[in-house]
Design a protein around this ligand. Structure first.
Ligand SMILES: [Zn+2]
Length: 499
């Protein structure tokens, strides 16, 4: 998809970055820069800066930045090509039609292959001669209506079952490989990617099958195998079961760890549950969730890996402006097991009772410490100050300050002033970074006088003198008596002075 520079230039002209950003978050102009509340993270004071002269943006809060195309890519969850198409449509510019059509054709063929593949696996599960897939789902207590709802399947334990089926429908080997349902061997023969696995089709919000997850039933190979990225699928931008969860009336989403957890929770009567696709949560997925919910309840496994993933998820979700809560599972390793052991009513109770993410952070500060001892108490309080000072809401800060003061039996005002101090320091660091970046963007743009960046203050003064002399030629003699050309630090201003 080679797009010419001319076309991209036109596209940028037709889509001034201020206008584009402004349609997502209201911007306020200050000269050549503008600011707005960052649409990529939650904040109360604007740190997203838009530079009109370089047609770029940068957020000092979360580090998001780039040109108008990267802005649209990020906010609309699109690939580069799709973002370009989006902006072309917005500005009424025709897309160059060479590579685009080819890509569109690849996409539609991949959708067709995925649909046929899902049907094939579904049939193999229910009426194939190998009943091991069905036995697995039965053992996991899935009901027939659940299997149907999710379109679950079974990939036969053969190298060419799917390939032969798709060939008979007129698909080429290379189309199957593009969809990642088949792969090429080193010798160039085409073989099925999923073999002897139960299959979880991944469905997008429009109901298209976009990818597959396959779980082993006999511990051969990796436990889970997922489609690689294809023309219709990006792992980092999709969530399993969001096609169902989006219809739920609840403003809460449950984030579970894997396909089976999601299906078990859904079958227990909770439609609002999703999972990532075999990877850790990404910022794009967090943003995607924020379009459907205001609160996310994290329900990961109770093992160490699950707890580390929980930590990561909390950070990403709160950056996307979502409130987070954690479910603490007692006597069960995952939600699936919990529901089987204790039933869905008790799981619902757990959801309502789930611990606040801030409590989770604070309880982690205590790990390994005995706060009845003074030195440990001091360490604990220092960590706690870090957590509380990162909260945007002052009311929420007060709540936790008084809670911790009670716990540690110290005066509220002491903790309060420590938190204030930490906030001021953070603010100072932020201002410093902002100033340095502005300085950098100013000096970087000084291509006419590259030496200016080395002596910014002096060169500015020199430029003023030259400007003054250009306007007031009569004062030239007077000035030349006072300063000599040798005193100029940059050769460009020196040259002007000598002229
Ligand atoms: Zn930001």
């Amino acid at each position: 998809m080679a797009l010419s520079e001319d076309f991209i230039y036109q596209l940028r002209l037709g889509n001034p970055i201020e206008d584009v950003v402004n349609s997502y978050s209201t911007i306020k102009r200050h000269g050549s820069t503008s600011k707005c509340l960052c649409p990529f993270h939650s904040e109360k004071t604007p740190s997203c800066t838009i530079y009109s002269d370089t047609q770029s943006f940068y957020c000092f809060g979360c580090g998001a930045g780039g040109d108008v195309i990267s802005f649209i890519k990020k906010i609309e969850n699109l690939s580069y090509y799709e973002a370009v198409r989006f902006l072309a449509e917005r500005a009424g510019i025709a897309m160059p039609d060479t590579s685009g059509d080819d890509f569109a054709r690849k996409k539609s063929r991949t959708y067709e292959i995925n649909r046929e593949t899902a049907n094939f696996y579904f049939k193999c599960l229910l009426s194939g001669s190998d009943k091991r897939g069905l036995a697995y789902f039965k053992e996991r207590k899935l009901l027939p209506q659940t299997i149907k709802k999710y379109g679950l399947g079974y990939a036969p334990d053969q190298w060419d079952a799917l390939r032969n089926h798709l060939r008979s429908l007129g698909f080429t080997d290379s189309e199957m490989v593009t969809a990642d349902v088949c792969r090429f061997s080193e010798k160039g023969s085409c073989y099925d990617n999923f073999r002897g696995r139960v299959i979880f089709p991944i469905i997008d919000l429009r109901g298209n099958v976009i990818a597959f997850g396959g779980r082993t039933i006999d511990n051969r190979g990796p436990k889970y195998l997922n489609s690689a990225d294809t023309p219709v699928f990006k792992k980092s931008r999709n969530l399993f079961s969001l096609n169902f969860a989006k219809n739920s009336s609840s403003k809460k989403l449950i984030l579970a760890e894997g396909y089976m957890d999601v299906i078990a929770i859904n079958q227990a009567g909770f439609e609002n549950v999703v999972a990532t696709l075999g990877t850790a949560l990404t910022p794009e997925q967090a943003r995607l969730m924020s379009q459907y919910a205001s609160e996310v309840i994290i329900s990961y496994d109770s093992d160490a890996a699950g707890q580390a993933a929980t930590q990561r998820a909390i950070n990403l979700l709160s950056s996307a402006g979502l409130t987070t809560k954690i479910i603490k599972l007692h006597d069960a390793k995952d939600p699936d097991e919990y529901i089987k052991k204790f039933g869905s009513t008790r799981f619902k109770f757990l959801l309502d009772e789930s611990n606040d993410a801030i409590d989770f952070e604070l309880s982690k500060c205590k790990t390994g410490l005995n706060i009845s001892e003074d030195s440990d108490k001091y360490t604990y309080l220092r960590k706690v100050v870090g957590v509380i000072s990162s909260l945007d809401d002052s009311l929420l800060r007060d709540v936790y300050i008084s809670k911790i003061s009670r716990e540690c039996e110290i005066n509220t005002s002491v903790l309060y002033s420590k938190v204030e101090e930490a906030i001021k320091n953070k603010h100072k660091i932020k201002q410093k970074l902002e100033w340095e970046s502005t300085k950098r963007s100013l000096t970087q743009r000084d291509e006419i006088n590259p030496e200016a960046s080395k002596y910014s203050a002096q060169s500015k003064a020199e430029e003023f003198i030259i400007l003054y002399l250009i306007k007031n030629q009569d004062k030239l003699k007077e000035i030349k008596n006072k300063i000599s050309a040798d005193e100029f630090v940059t050769s460009l201003t020196k040259k002007f002075f000598l002229q």
